[in-house]
Design a protein around this ligand. Structure first.
Ligand code: ZN
Length: 430
């Protein structure tokens, strides 16, 4: 499913050949880290999200005891701490900090696999370098009251919202054409601002029986496999959201730029592996979600929906403006999903309670709440990477572009090309 590993040996040898002893040590430690991530993957099928280094590294990864993996991670971390980067290259400093922090997250995941229990917030801090703000139920009531005004009628608000939204489902026989139109628009918009290497591309597959709605499997050589889950009907807003999030300028572009800049450009092997339960995921999901707005600010988005996406889906474009004003409000309920997950993981509510929370405060239809609960069971505090990640990335990019929407692309592209940590996104962060 994830493709065969492709070794970009020439670039790495060239980088190592002219390097000093500190660099050689970093290269060796980075390679050890990659192999350690693969070793954790022997215990945790979800852990290795992407790997495109030497195929023999994965092939030779035997199942090692968790205690051995932890001890080696601690040893690598100690060597890193004893060898802080010299010189002024900011990317080298980011690299050192990134590797150190990724190893801490790896050790946490190993401890969890060994049975260690963490609270939701402890886990997100350790794995994703961030803690999501807490919200009371009352904080969502104001948004729900506004939706009551927009969606009058009989039945509960969830019933009315569900009926309203059902009119905006993409018919299955138009799904592929609608996605292709969205991908084409997102790609063209991204290429106008980001210099992507020739040959980059991805394929799209439609799959079922997954807890997620879409997934990017990066395969190296500037290629991705994007899977779209068709278990439930797909609403029209998901076309551009998924095309941007999974493709342009989201996950596909992020992985392509890391390969281009850090793996091939610098010869750094650690970026050929992507451990899912690590700080890198907050950057990945945050940039993928904020990237939707970078590519299509609200007015541009509405124009695209009216002129291209709604017609491709066979929907009446006259309804687009109202649909997006409702969805804009519903989006403000996204942190209700974090609350449901936090209370559920911390044992304050059971599965039925979490489903009820998602329905009441997140306006998830019952089948969607159940799918979301499956996601929470599988990925736990990972949920914060989407909304908190987006907000942290937005704040970082907006601070660097002076609030000028047209100036976001350079800062966004730079973030996609560097190993920055979530804690480094804060104003004044390193
Ligand atoms: Zn994603």
């Amino acid at each position: 499913m994830r493709g065969r590993g492709v070794w970009i040996g020439a670039a790495l040898v060239a980088a190592g050949a002219c390097a000093g002893p500190e660099t050689n040590q970093m290269q060796a430690l980075a390679e050890q880290y990659v192999k350690l991530v693969l070793a954790v993957g022997q215990h945790d099928a979800d852990y290795v999200d992407a790997f495109y280094g030497p195929a023999e590294w994965r092939a030779s990864a035997v199942k090692r005891p968790l205690a051995d993996i932890d001890a080696e991670a601690a040893a690598i971390a100690a060597k890193l701490a004893a060898a802080p980067p010299d010189g002024a290259d900011p990317l080298v400093k980011l690299r050192h900090r990134y590797l150190t922090r990724q190893l801490e997250a790896l050790r946490t995941r190993v401890a969890m696999l060994g049975g260690k229990r963490l609270t939701f917030d402890e886990e997100s801090k350790a794995l994703y370098d961030a803690v999501a703000p807490h919200h009371d139920a009352a904080e969502f009531e104001g948004v729900l009251a506004q939706l009551e005004q927009l969606l009058p009628g009989s039945g509960t608000l969830l019933d009315r919202y569900t009926r309203f939204r059902d009119a905006f489902v993409i018919p299955p026989n138009r799904l592929d054409a609608t996605f292709k139109a969205a991908i084409d628009a997102c790609r063209r918009r991204t290429l106008a601002h980001v210099d992507l290497p020739p040959g980059e591309s991805f394929t799209v597959e439609y799959v079922t029986n997954k807890s997620w709605s879409g997934y990017n499997w990066y395969q190296g050589q500037y290629r991705s496999l994007i899977q779209v889950n068709t278990d439930l009907p797909i609403f029209v807003d998901r076309a551009v959201d998924l095309a941007c999030h999974e493709g342009y300028p989201g996950h596909h572009v992020y992985n392509v730029l890391l390969e281009k800049t850090l793996v091939r450009g610098r010869g750094w092997p650690e970026f050929q592996v992507y451990p899912l339960f690590s700080p890198q995921s907050l950057i990945a999901e945050g940039t993928a979600n904020f990237g939707i707005e970078v590519a299509f600010p609200p007015a541009d988005r509405l124009k695209l929906e009216r002129e291209v996406i709604f017609p491709a889906a066979g929907l009446d474009a006259a309804g687009a403006a109202r649909y997006y004003s409702v969805m804009g409000l519903v989006d403000r309920l996204s942190y209700a999903g974090n609350e449901a997950a936090r209370r559920y993981i911390d044992g304050e509510i059971d599965a039925a309670g979490a489903t009820a929370w998602l329905e009441r405060y997140g306006l998830y239809a019952t089948v969607r709440a159940q799918q979301r609960l499956r996601f929470i069971d599988q990925y736990r505090s990972y949920v914060i990477n989407y909304n908190l990640g987006k907000d942290m990335v937005a704040q970082y990019i907006n601070a660097r572009s002076g609030g000028d929407v047209s100036q976001r692309w350079p800062a966004f592209t730079e973030l996609l090309s560097s190993p920055r940590l979530p804690s480094g996104l804060a104003v004044g962060g390193k």
